[in-house]
Design a protein around this ligand. Sequence first.
Ligand SMILES: Nc1ncnc2c1ncn2[C@@H]1O[C@H](COP(=O)(O)OP(=O)(O)OP(=O)(O)O)[C@@H](O)[C@H]1O
Ligand code: SF4
Ligand SMILES: [Mg+2]
Length: 308
Amino acid sequence: MKTLLKVEDLSVDVGSTRILKGLNLSVDRGEVILLLGPNGSGKSTFLHTLIGDPRYKPASGRIIFDGADVSQLPMVDRIKLGLSLGFQFPPKIRGVTLRFLAEKILEKRGLTRSEAGRLIEKYSHILNLDYLLDKDLYVGYSGGEIKRAELMLTLLQAPRLLILDEPTSSLDVLTQKYLLKFLLDLHQKTGQTMLFITHDLAAIAEIADRTAIMYLGDIVEAGPTEEIFYNPRHPYTIALLNSIPSITGKVEDVHPLPGPVPDPVNPPPGCPYHPRCPFSFDKCKSKKPSRFYFDHDKFVACHRFETK
Ligand SMILES: Nc1ncnc2c1ncn2[C@@H]1O[C@H](COP(=O)(O)OP(=O)(O)OP(=O)(O)O)[C@@H](O)[C@H]1O
Ligand code: SF4
Ligand SMILES: [Mg+2]
């Protein structure tokens, strides 16, 4: 079976606010998919819902992993199936070393001590963590070291779908590049399937097969990365890509998107992007656009395409 993950019409409420609104996405085996979208658009909520975080229960919709409906499965059972978010250190942890945590993970996977030792050496070397293996966690760990250590523990879990929430944030530019190259190599050598969030557009261009753009709790455009970059269709995607020269240029040249910043508590009626959209017309203010498919894996949710 080609499809590893299929998300169908997934909606999630936090309190009385609908954070995810009928989201659809599929991930094929061996694919790398990146999620992009403004702060607060629901990206992290989506990933946490996938892994069964008890804070986020689907109000409707289904999550199918490897052919089985896991929507109601507890987190521990999803981990056993290979559906888990990147390892995250608990906020307070003392008297434990990285090697200890790594050994525990590999013991659970049934590896012998010597196999575990070899794997730990390999990954700690690749991620430049050898010097930290036997040091108490957090005693002298920088933000970047924590990120790399978390990635190492994630990879030792051998997830079938590697899900990462902003893996390169808080890393210096060189380490970001190195880590991305590492993920790319890993993907090319092992065919590792990946789904991750980043705000780094260069990273997406380099390693993602497909890109999905989120806005106010739904995916508004998705498709092969090249298509999204060279032929963006949704006005938010166009605005986002147009902002790249401003990001690399002078601060004075940076222009925020016009209109109000999206608020999930008071979402606008109709198309969620209409208060900011330069192409908005009457219908946009009252009717939410449905997905218009150009191909089975390529769609945009915008009335301009629906009406063609
Ligand atoms: N546990 C929670 N309790 C209250 N509100 C929440 C909770 N989780 C998410 N939200 C709200 O849901 C919305 C989406 O948040 P989420 O963290 O998924 O956004 P994001 O796209 O990951 O943003 P960022 O790029 O800033 O990480 C936000 O308005 C956030 O405040
Ligand atoms: S549906 Fe209308 S408001 Fe929404 S993105 Fe398309 S043109 Fe703009
Ligand atoms: Mg987030």
